[in-house]
Design a protein. Sequence first.
Length: 422
Amino acid sequence: MSDNQQLKANYDAAKAQYAKHGIDVEQVLAKLHAIKISMHCWQGDDVRGFLNRDQDLTGGISVTGNYPGAARTPEELRADLEKAFSLIPGKHKVNLHAIYADTDDKVEIDRLEPKHYEKWVAWAKEQGLGLDFNPTCFSHEKSRDGLTLSHPDDEIRGFWIRHCQASRRIGAYFGEQLGQTCVTNVWIPDGYKDVPADRLSPRKRLKAALDEVFSEELNPAHNLDAVESKLFGLGSEAFVVGSHEFYMGYGVRNDKLICLDAGHFHPTEVISNKLSSLSLFTSGILLHVSRPMRWDSDHVVVLDDELLEIGRELVRGELLDITHIGLDFFDASINRVAAWVIGTRNTIKALLRAMLEPIEALKQAERDGDYTTRLALTEEFKSYPFGAVWDYYCATQGVPVREEWLAEVKAYEREVLSKRGN
Ligand code: RNT
Ligand code: ZN
């Protein structure tokens, strides 16, 4: 039997096994194919961007590692993204930060306009990709003291308000041009290293600043706003202005998407357990799928229990329609294209795994109080032939099966990345 015949035979056998539990694998794959993952551009160059390249990365986030081959120009970044997407099944989105503008203009970030992103849009159209967006409220001289939208200085705060307003318009331009909604996510680093004297005033300022940021009505078919909370950062260990409670309140009251980043909570707290609650009170959710290790370390996403649980919550709660799935990690100690491929493939795998579970039987067992069956079925399904379905999906999507993609990344490293001399 050829490899292809074997792959198909494995798939057919798996399909029959799942069918016994009423799981229609063909239908599952069609559903999976419709899900877009928003792949973050900033894994490709360690969150440097192309504007203000002289600035260090600030904002209490950090990239460690010095693996060679980081993208230095928009062209290189797009080439790397294309390589990664060629190894990932499905059609997806790219998540841009404002500092990734592709322009020769010396433009201050509160004056950014759609035209500074025209090349990204042309590329996205050509590649059939969607775009998401983020104002960049860090790595700038005006955020050097770690404060932006909550800054007590009216002028500095005004600057960041204008930057976020400009960002929303760029988001709306993406959405309108590409015919798919852009999510523009506001995350700010604001906080204090040590215990504040006044927690209320910065939060009042942030609330008022956000009201200004969001004051312009934009077509929600083109742009949706999201707000991202955090527990702590480097240099904001004692206090973060935009905490989870802050943005829960703000988002629920003002109908904004609430962004849950997997690394932004206490170490034993998980975002999978927040999705069902949030879904009852918001019209939409944004995820930053990440992997915290002891802290908000932004490790590459692996197929661990929390990722599987996120997939289950989205699938079992039928939350995929209201959830925008974005990735957020940055590892400079490994090949950056591989980092994207591993994290994105894993996120898709987690969704597929969740779809290939006997959801109705599990829910019924739970309703009946039969927790024995719930546990037994859950455990037995862990060794069901999920891999055969995944392999078939990759093959039919025209992307490498299993670790075959690694050889392509290694070749790309030899032929392209290693020649960059960084
Ligand atoms: C920082 C947030 C934020 C950033 C990106 C670069 O803690 O997670 O989402 O990682 O905007
Ligand atoms: Zn994030």
